[in-house]
Design a protein around this ligand. Structure first.
Ligand code: FMN
Length: 433
């Protein structure tokens, strides 16, 4: 493979991007480590207070003595303080290498203040999904050097954003194309039965985007496309870079690294999930989502029709109104009926029985093993497996998605063959600690 770099915000990065994962799964440690290895590390901005006991204590002591409005304002304020701390800590780990991005979901009520805080705290890029980021150029107008990266799923979305942003005199610095049929978390389709639609195939999106760029007079390399969802093998990285993508983004595989900010139990739930343990459902945000069928999710899905039948407008359970539109609070019967803030907060604390554990659909590069970020990036970029796993053979690595131990071992052997080629062509450089 020829040496290929992802050029973003004037920096030369390795073409492996770590996707933002909330709540608190990709915070300073994970994003900073990925950036230290010359990649783009992404902090998920939502509800970062859960990583800061002093900030949680500030809210706890308000209950009973303050109004709901005061508590809501205080939660929003401490989340901004937490984001500021996380961006600065990530940059310090990165030591000037790579790039630190902040992921903001458009569906979140506080999206505008999170974007502003991220820019003020020194984020190099804002990545926005879970809704169309039409207002992102205006929100960041006073920080013109911050790269702007929408997350979209099909070429129709790409065309719309390019046209609307061009009228504002701005182009995205890159676009993440996330496949709803594979990715973890909230998905960019309107319904669960649409997740496998052919319009989301990377092949088709890349081909259609070439035509769109040409018709708008945009050079192919001017707005790099980064494909996300289901990527777990070096061969896939090669395949999509050869096809014209400028990079690949992974979520689940980074969530289970040593440096991931997730609780050890969270990593174990994701790493040990079998294909039949992964479910798709409609979240309270009205978007399809993919997660592990943990005890709570199983029970919730069995009760969902009954809960939907009783849907009614009510006050936000957490007094926080985290989402602009919430099925539970707004009584929207056709979508989810649970408190997402509560469920994700339980997951970040490692509460396996009660939490919601988002996960992509596909196998993990190292099976159930929790390995350092450096091992993951090296494998994706060069095909070189960590020595213990390469030597472990059939019993060493066990994948999800029905891959047999033999199948994974074969995959490992093929990766080893590729690693020789990569090493001899001197393709990617991944910094080691
Ligand atoms: C635990 C988890 C949480 C996620 N949270 C977010 C999020 O807050 N915002 C977002 O844009 N994407 C989120 N994602 C999607 C990832 O950033 C990434 O694009 C996706 O997982 C890629 O698919 P993969 O998991 O198959 O690699 C999340 C994914 C996971 C697994």
């Amino acid at each position: 493979m020829n040496e290929q770099w992802l050029t973003l915000a004037g920096r030369r990065l390795v073409p492996v991007v770590q996707g933002g994962m909330g709540i608190g799964i990709s915070a300073h440690r994970l994003a900073g480590t990925v950036a230290k290895h010359n990649g783009m590390g992404t902090i998920a901005s939502i509800d970062l207070r859960h990583h800061h006991p002093d900030l949680l204590a500030r809210i706890d002591c308000m209950h009973g003595s303050h109004s709901a409005a005061d508590i809501k304002a205080a939660i929003e304020a401490v989340n901004l303080i937490a984001l500021d701390r996380e961006v600065r800590a990530a940059k310090s780990i990165a030591g000037g290498n790579g790039l630190i991005a902040v992921n903001v979901m458009k569906a979140v009520s506080a999206h505008a203040s999170l974007v502003r805080q991220a820019c003020e705290s020194g984020a190099d890029a804002i990545v926005m999904g879970a809704g169309l980021p039409l207002d992102l150029p205006e929100l960041t107008a006073s920080h013109p050097h911050v790269a702007l990266i929408p997350i979209l799923s099909d070429s129709r979305g790409v065309s719309l954003i390019l046209r609307k942003w061009m009228k504002k005199g701005r182009l995205p610095d890159a676009i993440v194309i996330e496949h709803p049929g594979h990715a973890g978390g909230h998905l960019g389709a309107s319904r669960v039965d649409e997740l496998g639609d052919a319009r989301f195939s990377f092949d088709r999106v890349l081909d259609e985007c070439r035509e769109i760029y040409a018709s708008l007079g945009i050079e192919w390399t001017r707005v790099p496309l980064i494909v996300a969802g289901g990527i777990h093998r070096h061969e896939q990285v090669r395949q999509w870079l050869d096809k014209g993508a400028a990079g690949v983004q992974l979520g689940t595989a980074f969530a289970v690294t040593e440096e991931s900010d997730a609780h050890p139990a969270f990593k174990e739930v994701l790493a040990s999930a079998r294909p039949e343990d992964i479910a798709e459902f409609t979240s309270v945000a009205g978007l399809p989502a993919r997660a592990v069928l943990t005890p709570w999710l199983k029970k919730y899905l069995s009760r969902q029709p009954a809960l939907q039948a009783k849907a009614k407008v009510r006050q936000c359970l957490e007094g926080f109104d985290c989402l602009q539109a919430c099925g539970l609070r707004d009584g929207v019967a056709r979508i989810g009926q649970f408190c997402i803030d509560l469920k994700l907060a339980q997951a970040v604390r490692g509460d396996v029985a009660r939490g919601l554990f988002f996960r992509g659909r596909d196998p993990l590069p190292f099976g159930e093993r929790i390995r350092p970020v450096a091992d993951l990036m090296r494998y994706l970029l060069t095909g070189v497996l960590p020595a213990e796993l390469a030597g472990a053979g059939a019993s060493g690595v066990s994948g999800v998605a029905g891959s047999t131990a033999g199948g994974v071992a074969a995959e490992a052997r093929s990766a080893m063959r590729l690693s020789k080629n990569a090493a001899s062509s001197g393709s990617f450089t991944v910094r080691s600690n």
